[in-house]
Each structure stands twice: as C-alpha cells, then as structure tokens.
Design a protein around this ligand. Structure first.
Ligand SMILES: [Zn+2]
Length: 400
C-alpha cells in the first residue's frame, strides 16, 4: 500500500486537484519534498520523465516515485505545511507532450512486432526526440517506413485506448506484447484491436491524440536497432526545423527545397574536379617556384619562411626543389598558430634531415622527424621559426 493515491492512473487528462499534505521534508539547497495523500503528478519512471507544475504557489520541479513512501513532489519556493489542503496543477503542455511520445511508443513498438516480429527492448523520452531499441536485424529505410506507416494509420483510425486492471492469473491468459515487470494486480493498456501491454504511464484517451509519428534516424547499437522518433507536437517542431534547414540550403542554390539535393550533389562533384585541377596546377607552380628559389640560393641550400602554407604545400615545394641535384631545402611556414617545417635533400646531397629536424623542433616546443633525406615537423612557437631554420642551417654547415 502506497501513501499516495495516484490519480493519473485513472485519468491521464486530470491536471487540477486538491490534496492533503501528509509529509514535508527539507532536501538539499532549499528544495523541499512534499508528499500528498493523492496526486495527479506523474513521477519519473518507465522511460517517461516526471510532470512539473505547481502546489499552491510553489513550483514543482520534479516528482519521484518513492514506493510505499508515496510520490515525492520536489518543490522550489514556499512549501505547504503538513496537514494543509493544497491545490495542485500539472503543466499540461508537458504532460500532453509526454503522453504523445509515450503512447506513440506503444503504437510504434506494436507496429514493429506486427510486421517484423521485432520486440522493443527499451524506450527513452529525450529532450526533443525519443529512442526505442528493437530486435530488428536488418534495418532499411523501407522496412522502417512500413512500420511508421502502419503506426500512423493506427493513429488516424482514432482507436480507443482502454485501461484494464487484471490479476496476474488473468494476465497469463492474455496476448501481452511484453512480460509484466511485477507480480499481483496488473494495469494493462489496450489499444483497441492492436496492442495490449502492461504499463504504469500516462496515455492518450484515443490514438488520434498522438497526432503523428515520424522517424528521424536509426543505427545499429549493441546488437539491436536504435530508432530515434518524434510524435505529436515534437513531430511538428521537427518538421519546422527540417523545413527551415532545407529551405536555407535551397536558398544557397537559388532554388526550391525539392531541387536542392540534386544541385548540392552537382556542386560537390564540381568541387572535387576543381580540387583535382588545383592540385595539378600546384605541381606546376611548385616547379616554377623551385627554380626561382634555387636561382637565388647559395650552393644549392634553400632556406625560406612562408606565410600560411600548410604541410602538404610545403612538402610539394620541397619535392620540386630536390628534383634538382645537389639541393637541400630547409622550409618553414607560419600556418595560423602553428609553425611548420619541412627539410629535404636530393639523393646526392649530404646531411641528416631527420637529425636537423629534431634539433629545430626543440626550439619550437614541438616535434618532428623522418628519414635522412626528408623530415617534417612543427610546434607552437611561431615567432621562433627563423631561429629554428638558422639553427638547422648552422648545424648543417658544421657537419663534416
Ligand atoms: Zn505506457
């Protein structure tokens, strides 16, 4: 026997009620837990978050099922006193939202059982969507959309949803979608002619109240298929968001929403082709640049610090330089917050680029290395790039 009579069991649409305060306890940081002799507030449980609302002037921020101790209403503000009668009010938009998600889950879960014999293993209401984990081996868009279609047909048929209280013996004779989690008298939720399952949550009066169900995404997770869905007002909110995104993308292509994917795909292809062309031009440019740098270098040693060149571009230039015999390239770049270095030498030149790179990188507070003929590295002390190159050059000249 529990201390609190649960009014939400018999009427999920009851949002105002009067009750007697039977216990008040102070909790952490000024929050107080109030126990009533009866409540319409649904406490967190079964994958469904708790209701919120008010008790007289105090704000109910959460409700917790404390078993035989009753339902704890966690309040902020002036808590009512023990023995007084309070007026409770449940936030209806939140309750409606939760009922739509929760009832929607019953319908969607049964749709997967009906069509694919794929039972639901768990369910969660998240901030803006919901998740079910089901035993579906090979999910495809087509399979999932068939279940979504059946679920929406059941919603639009506006079937009655009935609460049946039965004994466990009676329940054993009934075709329940899932095994009851407890013994004794059971509360069954029946969606007329479609689904029968034990549940202690709040449900719509009729399936039509769920509005609609849409699946946002799915993935394989821990041997199950995790399906993210939205029902009711969440489906509308999600549609608005998706529509806004699609229209914003379409506006970038000066086209309508439905034509945007094709134009976007076309642009990606064009972009890939442009990248190929740019890479080819870079090869040519690196060759020309190498010749100019070599013309200005003394004894085949090129040292230079560039602005905003990435590692790839530096390497390309180094390769173009060492195609010329007797060449050593000590190159640096200020690439945003990063100092980059590439050292290279042609096959007939002398010097250990790997050793030079390690020495130079210590000045940059970074790391680097490679082979005797090609090494790369970098660090965060961009202002020391010149020092690092000078140091490397000095070591190179000092080598026997
Ligand atoms: Zn339920």
């Amino acid at each position: 026997m529990t201390a609190t009579e649960r009014l939400y069991y018999s009427d999920s649409h009851l949002i105002e009620f009067d009750a007697r305060v039977i216990d008040v306890t102070d909790r952490v940081s000024g929050w107080t837990a109030v126990v009533l002799n009866r409540t319409a507030f649904y406490p967190t449980g079964g994958g469904q978050p708790s209701d919120t609302g008010t008790l007289n002037g105090a704000r109910v921020v959460e409700c917790i099922d404390d078993g035989e101790q009753g339902v704890l209403h966690v309040v902020q503000g002036a808590a009512p006193e023990r023995g007084t009668i309070v007026h409770g009010r449940v936030d209806w938009p939140r309750r409606l939202d939760h009922m739509q998600q929760h009832t929607g889950q019953h319908i969607l879960s049964q749709a997967f059982v009906t069509l694919f014999n794929a039972p639901t293993r768990s369910f969660r209401v998240l901030d803006t969507s919901c998740e079910i984990d089901i035993e579906l081996q090979n999910p495809t868009a087509q399979i999932i959309e068939r279940a979504v279609e059946l679920a929406n047909n059941v919603i639009w048929e506006d079937r009655a949803i009935v609460i049946r209280n039965v004994t466990s013996e009676e329940a054993a004779e009934l075709p329940l979608r899932k095994e009851p989690a407890r013994e004794g008298e059971l509360r069954l939720i029946e969606i007329e002619g479609f689904d029968l399952t034990p549940c202690g949550g709040t449900h719509a009066y009729r399936t039509g109240e769920v509005g609609m169900i849409a699946v946002r995404s799915w993935e394989r997770a821990k041997g199950l298929t995790r399906i993210e869905f939205v029902a009711g007002t969440r489906a509308l909110a999600d549609y608005r968001k998706a529509n806004r995104s699609a229209r914003e993308v379409a506006a970038l292509f000066s086209t309508g929403r439905d034509d945007a994917p094709q134009l976007a795909a076309q642009m990606v292809e064009e972009s890939k082709e442009l990248h190929r062309q740019v890479r080819a031009l870079e090869e040519i440019a690196a060759g020309v640049e190498a010749e100019k740098l070599l013309a200005a270098a003394s004894q085949g040693v090129v040292t230079h610090v560039f602005e905003g060149r990435d590692a790839e571009s530096l390497k390309k230039l180094a390769h173009a330089l060492i195609e010329h015999p007797g060449t050593i390239a000590l190159l640096g770049s200020r690439d945003g917050d990063t100092a980059r270095l590439v050292f290279a030498r042609s096959a007939d030149a002398h010097g250990d680029m790997n050793a030079l790179m390690r020495e130079a990188c210590t000045l940059l507070d970074g790391r680097g290395g490679g082979k005797p003929d090609l090494a790369q590295g970098g660090g965060k002390h961009v202002e020391k790039l010149h020092d690092a190159l000078t140091h490397a050059l000095t070591l190179l000249n000092a080598a026997p």
